[in-house]
Write a protein of this length. Structure first.
Length: 164
């Protein structure tokens, strides 16, 4: 299913690995587990297909594109909510060509909007603090419970997956 032609970006949630040391952070602090390159700090990410570089992601019959779930609870349902000494979760905006799926989307372009933190989340020692990660990406630190209010303040479209 293709996304409606929204003027605003779509809101999503995802998990990343945090680069473990200064050398690996040179390219970017956040890395997706399925990516071979980092999310460069301070830049929007544009998806590239490493299987077929002749098409622009996302494509229906390919796994390319930038993945995100529609809501923080979907991270729990899909076991992507882990926060430990190498993983963080947060909010992204997705735009360009977008493919909607049952619980999330794949986008052509994305930006880190926020890093999740909450007093009920496990406190772990990361290689770099969540505040430093957010600052590097021009993002904020928010609680998962603030997701909808945060997205509205940024004019991000929240997809109601029950309407799909």
């Amino acid at each position: 299913m293709e996304a409606p032609d929204y003027l605003q970006a779509i809101a999503g949630c995802r998990a990343w690995m945090v680069a473990p040391n200064l050398w690996s952070q040179m390219g970017g602090i956040l890395w997706a587990t399925a990516q071979v390159e980092p999310w460069k700090t301070g830049e929007d990410i544009v998806a590239h297909c490493h299987v077929n570089p002749d098409h622009v992601p996302p494509v229906e019959d390919c796994a390319c594109g930038i993945y995100a779930y529609y809501h923080p609870l979907a991270l729990l349902w899909h076991r992507q909510s882990f926060e430990d000494s190498i993983h963080v979760t947060g909010v992204v905006s997705g735009w360009g060509d977008v493919l909607l799926h049952e619980s999330g989307f794949r986008a052509q372009c994305a930006r880190v909007e926020a890093i999740f933190d909450h007093h009920l989340m496990p406190h772990v020692e990361l290689p770099i603090t969540k505040e430093e990660i957010a600052e590097a990406y021009g993002a904020e630190v928010i609680a998962p419970t603030e997701y909808e209010e945060f997205c509205q303040s940024r004019d991000l479209v929240i997809i109601d997956e029950s309407a799909l």
